[in-house]
Ligand binder design. Structure first.
Ligand code: G3P
Length: 225
């Protein structure tokens, strides 16, 4: 499962890319609005932080297929290889996905709440489908179940599309999707930090340091003993 940052906070992205095995960054118009700067200024900065080899996903905003295609062309032209225009999984979006995928552009179908949206998007040619886990949970359904079902539908129908699960609020949601082996999870910075945050881990590492320093002296390490 790829690990992707769902954020446009460039300081957070810099830090996470330095510490964690990050495969890319996703944004949407609401995430860009939080950054409060011109959209392409922020997206170019993100591209320069993550380099040319990681994935960058940026969403179209037009509401009709023709406008979505134009938005997607601009996104790819500005941000280069490994850029994935995100297109909402609505009828105008399916029309745009068909055209963009025929042109060889890698599209991420987004705003997915139901397995059938993902099925149609994948048949239209999307390479990723992004179900919104937490938002589905908040509607009284099971977001994990929806994402796993989508993964299974893709496999059962030999569709070349992967789940890119989005909208996470906690580590358990991420863990369940990793167990199922979905293609990718895009996760807000604060939730990425929480994936491996645990007082028992810190206590174990503190104990190792204290025991070693008891043996060799304060501040000593394997390199300096
Ligand atoms: O792109 C969709 C994803 O970012 C939604 O996350 O936390 O706004 O539900 P959230």
């Amino acid at each position: 499962m790829k690990l992707i940052i769902d954020d446009a906070d460039t300081e957070a992205i810099k830090r996470l890319v330095e510490y964690y095995p990050i495969d890319g960054v996703t944004t949407n118009p609401s995430i860009l609005a939080k950054a409060g700067r011109p959209p392409f200024e922020v997206l170019h900065e993100i591209r320069s932080i993550i380099g040319p080899d990681r994935e960058l996903h940026a969403q179209v905003v037009a509401r009709d297929a023709e406008g979505m295609v134009a938005d997607a062309h601009r996104i790819v032209k500005e941000l280069g290889n490994n850029t994935f225009p995100k297109v909402p999984s609505i009828p105008e979006g399916f029309k745009a996905i068909k055209q963009l995928s025929a042109e060889g552009i890698n599209v991420t179908a987004t705003a997915i709440y139901t397995p059938l949206q993902a099925f149609i998007a994948a048949k239209a040619g999307a390479v990723y489908a992004a179900p919104y886990i937490n938002r589905i949970d908040n509607m009284g359904y099971d977001g994990i179940d929806v994402a796993c079902k989508i993964h299974d539908i893709f496999r059962a129908n030999n569709l070349h599309c992967e789940v890119l699960a989005a909208s996470f609020k906690n580590s358990e949601q991420v863990l369940k999707l990793a167990v199922h082996g979905v293609g990718a999870a895009t996760i807000a910075s604060s939730v990425i930090d929480s994936l491996t945050k645990n007082a028992a881990i810190d206590a174990a590492v503190d104990d190792f340091t204290a025991d070693f320093e008891g043996l060799t002296g304060a501040g000593k390490t394997m390199a300096t003993v």
